[in-house]
Design a protein around this ligand. Sequence first.
Ligand SMILES: Cc1cc2nc3c(=O)[nH]c(=O)nc-3n(C[C@H](O)[C@H](O)[C@H](O)COP(=O)(O)OP(=O)(O)OC[C@H]3O[C@@H](n4cnc5c(N)ncnc54)[C@H](O)[C@@H]3O)c2cc1C
Length: 307
Amino acid sequence: MTLTEADLPRVRGKLSFGAPLAPYTWFRVGGPADALFLPTDEDDLASFLSQLDLSIPVTVLGIGSNVIVRDGGIEGVVIRLAGRGFGAVEVKGTQIMAGAAVPDAMVARKAAEAGIVGLEFFSGVPGAIGGALRMNAGCYGAETKDVVTEIRAVTRVGERVTLTNAQMGYSYRHSEAPTDMIFTSAVFEGEAGDPDEISAAIEALQARRGDTQPIREKTGGSTFANPDPPGTPDQRSSWKLIDAADCRGLRVGGAQVSELHCNFLINTGEATASDLEALGELVRARVRETSDVDLRWEIRRIGRIRA
Ligand SMILES: Cc1cc2nc3c(=O)[nH]c(=O)nc-3n(C[C@H](O)[C@H](O)[C@H](O)COP(=O)(O)OP(=O)(O)OC[C@H]3O[C@@H](n4cnc5c(N)ncnc54)[C@H](O)[C@@H]3O)c2cc1C
């Protein structure tokens, strides 16, 4: 689809055409967006969506730590919430309100400073709040659904809505909220605690992560969700199934299964999105053969295979 300024509503934020997306993703792969929109704030976003022709597809991106953008790029408009209008963080008692563009780790830090217990797990998730709300992000036994109480969003037609935790239809790394809904901010609730103890818990969590995950590589975190419902003890973790299928270190082109954590795929330098996706499918096939389990992709693969 070729889009020009004439096809799109006027905005206050930034619009660009044929915009490269690889720099906006952790994997650093993928083709361009037909159009990329960086809204200034929620008003700009709602006004744009209310006037945007319904035949134009819309895709939202956060920090890009859980996506493979395919080599053919993304059709229609990609919306990336990055501006200051989505970057507020406010503490009220044991509640914390955060905009969709706020890094999860910052929410964990602000909660610690304010003596709010329960949000430490956010320090282990390298995304932003919008992505956490969509993915029900979590780690080490805690997840977004445990702490979120209210979510603000804008629908595909530009309507502003507020959702409750129950309306998000959360399950493991998944939300049933409409896929074209864009989350703009949320309120999280913890319990009162001691700031020093919370900060120490965050430090311990980050040290553990650094030792067990390739966090400095071009990666997308856990590639496959853990089987749900879990099977036998050996089938409860995707990494165990992948290890049993002898996939550690496996390569396709420039894509490799991490030696450190075999549920992580890595772009070793020159990988394409198609290398990464083919490697993921090879792992799935091997696990199916060895353990008869069908792994579900946790990483979102978005866009056209070829332009
Ligand atoms: C090294 C590494 C470690 C990781 N460890 C963990 C972990 O321990 N636990 C965990 O849960 N995840 C982990 N991840 C995955 C990832 O960080 C999370 O899924 C994160 O929540 C994604 O947020 P993001 O802003 O990067 O979203 P993106 O990757 O940009 O997008 C992910 C999905 O969310 C949607 N989305 C993004 N923003 C919005 C919005 N504002 N409104 C609606 N939908 C939106 C996108 O459309 C897409 O479907 C890890 C990733 C890496 C690279």
